[in-house]
Design a protein around this ligand. Structure first.
Ligand SMILES: NC(=O)c1ccc[n+]([C@@H]2O[C@H](COP(=O)([O-])OP(=O)(O)OC[C@H]3O[C@@H](n4cnc5c(N)ncnc54)[C@H](O)[C@@H]3O)[C@@H](O)[C@H]2O)c1
Ligand SMILES: [Zn+2]
Length: 433
């Protein structure tokens, strides 16, 4: 490859917070042992919350009254798009039945999980859209019991717009608990919630680590780290729009990388020149977050042609991949590693983050090499079944017995033999015995 790096990423200083895994291990052990007592204690100590944990329907109604009408109406618009997309996805997950040979019938069936737990982050920003993404998708999959948790703000509880979104999306129990204690309440079934079969939703390093440590007895959507975005832009792109797309996503936090991949040096240099002014327009603390992310992790990569740009994007496997270049059909066919793809200048990652429909809970840190994002499929078990009729039995039992004996598994061979025995009178009658 003949790539030129116009801006490199020096990387982050090693976090003063250190490794979250020890902290989370100690907290989970105590939460397992002491349950609700420990959860209340952590809520008080970490989030300054000593109020009710279970949010009542009166509290939800009261919170909804506080949300401005316009915001409610936009949340309903976003919910409608997310629900429609999730329902189309549900319709694409099919049951089937096939006759592999005469009398050998097998099928696949989609079974929704019995209970889901949704984590809605609420520490730094009020992640209204995350409530819609997780709960709506579980509902569309057909999960009958959905519990949602989100960190309470001191003295005020869960952000009213998050409560509105949770209730609109169809959560049937809401707990004012954040971080490890929130995740543990979902997994262990505290405060009257059914123990979750799957834990979903983004969160900070404590939330992600708690999900990782609980995985096994309970399922998780994915291990989601800090969000990342890559923009592919050619000479047809507008440099100021590209600069804003990079800065807009760098706002997520000091550890959120944004990358520009281009084959046009002039575009790259113009984007680089616009970025400081875009960052300066943000209010604090967003400005500092974007500046820190750009300084430490922002990269601008110059390639010689579109094939090299595509190969670079595939190597980064970004969470969000945004193409602002000619011939969008070529890019859609060619690109193969991303959480979600945004095509064209009129599209932007923020649309997907908030309101357009496809899920925003997506693989980060290169995980898009091996997985897609949150979908109805995560809430469904694709199980199989099989049924054998007499005409398929002789061949199938013989194959099973021979393979079993070759493996040294006599017990298995016998279970095949006795089926043949049962059938012998029937087979003799039809002259096949
Ligand atoms: N990938 C996505 O789709 C997506 C979408 C939205 C948000 N996010 C990510 O979600 C995260 C939100 O993080 P956040 O912190 O604002 O909210 P959060 O809700 O994830 O975490 C807040 C909780 O962290 C716990 N906590 C804080 N400090 C702690 C400590 N020292 N020890 C133990 N627990 C502690 C507290 O209990 C608090 O309730 C961000 O990293 C953001 O990038 C990702
Ligand atoms: Zn974003």
């Amino acid at each position: 490859m003949s790539i030129t790096v116009l801006k490199s990423a020096p990387g982050l200083e090693v976090s003063a917070q250190g490794d979250a895994s020890d902290v989370v291990q100690v907290m989970l052990a105590r939460l397992k042992l002491e349950g609700e007592v420990a959860a209340r204690d952590y809520a008080a100590r970490l989030d300054g919350w000593t109020g009710d944990i279970v949010v009542t329907s009166e509290q939800i109604a009261g919170a909804c009254d506080q949300v401005p009408e316009d915001l409610k109406s936009q949340i309903r618009y976003a919910h409608d798009n997310i629900r429609r997309f999730a329902e189309a996805q549900r319709a694409s997950a099919l049951d089937f039945q096939t006759e592999l040979r005469p009398g050998l019938i097998a099928g696949q069936k989609q079974i929704p999980l019995a209970a889901a737990g949704a984590y809605v982050p609420g520490g730094r920003y009020a992640h209204i859209a995350s409530a819609l993404m997780t709960i709506t998708t579980a509902r569309a999959a057909g999960v009958p019991r959905i519990t949602a948790v989100s960190p309470p703000q001191p003295g005020r509880g869960i952000h009213p717009a998050i409560l509105y979104a949770m209730s609109l999306a169809g959560a049937d129990r809401i707990l004012a608990l954040g971080g490890v204690q929130g995740v543990a309440a979902l997994a262990f079934g505290l405060f009257g919630a059914p123990p979750a079969d799957i834990l979903v939703g983004p969160g900070n390093q404590f939330v992600a680590e708690a999900k990782r440590q609980l995985f096994g007895p309970v399922g998780i959507d994915m291990f989601a780290g800090p969000t990342d975005s890559l923009v592919i832009a050619d000479a047809t792109a507008d440099p100021l729009t590209v600069a804003w797309d990079l800065v807009g996503q760098a706002e997520h936090g000091y550890n959120s990388p944004v990358w520009l991949v281009t084959d046009d040096r002039t575009l790259a240099e113009t984007v680089l020149a616009h970025i400081p002014a875009c960052i300066a327009e943000l209010p604090e603390p967003n400005r500092s977050s974007a500046q820190a992310a750009w300084d430490a992790l922002g990269e601008v990569i110059l390639c010689v042609n579109r094939e090299e740009m595509a190969a670079t994007a595939d190597r980064y496997a970004p969470e969000h991949l945004h193409v602002q270049a000619a011939d969008l059909d070529w890019w859609r066919r060619r690109l193969s590693a991303y959480g979600s793809l945004f095509l064209g200048e009129l599209t932007t990652v923020a649309f997907g983050d908030k309101a357009s429909g496809p899920n925003h809970v997506l693989p980060t840190s290169g995980a898009a090499r091996y997985t897609g994002g949150l979908s109805v499929h995560k809430f469904l078990k694709t199980v199989t079944w099989q049924q054998v009729e007499p005409r398929a039995l002789p061949e199938l039992a013989r194959a099973t017995a021979v393979i079993s004996r070759a493996e040294g598994m006599e017990g298995h061979a016998r279970t095949a033999d006795i089926r043949l025995e049962k059938l012998r009178p029937v087979l003799r009658q039809v002259g096949n015995g």
